[in-house]
Design a protein around this ligand. Sequence first.
Ligand code: MLT
Ligand code: MN
Ligand code: ZN
Length: 305
Amino acid sequence: MQLRVLGSAAGGGFPQWNCNCPNCDGFRRGTLRAQARTQSSIAVSANGQDWLLVNASPDVLAQIRANPELQPARAVRDSGIACVLLMDAQIDHVTGLLMLRERASPLPLLATPEVLSDIGEGFPITRILSHYCGIQSLPLKLDADLQAVPGLPGLALQPIALSSKPPPYSPFRHCPRPGDNIGLVIENPDNGARVFYAPGLGEVTPDLLALMAQCQIVLVDGTFWTEDEMQRLGLSTKSAAEMGHLPQSGPQGMMAQLDRLPPGVRKILIHINNTNPILQDDSAERALLTAHGIDVAWDGMDLIF
Ligand code: MLT
Ligand code: MN
Ligand code: ZN
């Protein structure tokens, strides 16, 4: 089973078009040791030809261009993307659906009813797409057993309800429902190997930690280093928690949570915000992650399991 990181940045990407924070500015000036990153998305395949696209980022067209594996070219119009799954309804995770409108048949879309309601009403992508290729919505059962993915044999998924936040445009922004944000266990049924993926994660509960401990790889929320990162830079009035993200630092932060996993589990951060000092390859914060055995995902990273 192959998991390809298409986009490892949070909303806005890195560098962000209008941002002059020390990271974005330093990247443009060439004074920073760091790689550019596109907005949050991964692709998973059991056969290297047919892919599950997890989140459809505003950068999806550039991501397909950068990853020719997603374009096996078996017919005059063809894509390796067999199905799309949405982790939530955030703009940086769903807008790419509009870019896939040239499909000849309805796009199979796995999402919870909560996410489908946000992208049918608040940000009515599915209504707009009904005038193009349309979508075939497929039910995503939460906290059930492993599920097969239609059209993608050799792949099993278990969606998990997470504590995080629906998007700012959602009527449920301030009263989140189970299903607004999910984590995903991706299993290779041939060998039982599992990856846990959660680009937006506000809280690591004991149950979730136990589930993560059963996985070979955890690929989780790396948005912010500190709770007040955006506020301190004068970029936002919102804290990490208000945005549904657990920062890495602090006694209860992501690093401390990941430290509690058994030694064999590979730990990787993804969905990195452009303000986060871990984007600098030689920062003290990055060195601390390395000392804790935690990697930072990059665009094009491959995980085989
Ligand atoms: C998030 O997941 O919180 C987003 O990256 C926010 C955004 O799209 O700006
Ligand atoms: Mn995001
Ligand atoms: Zn920035």
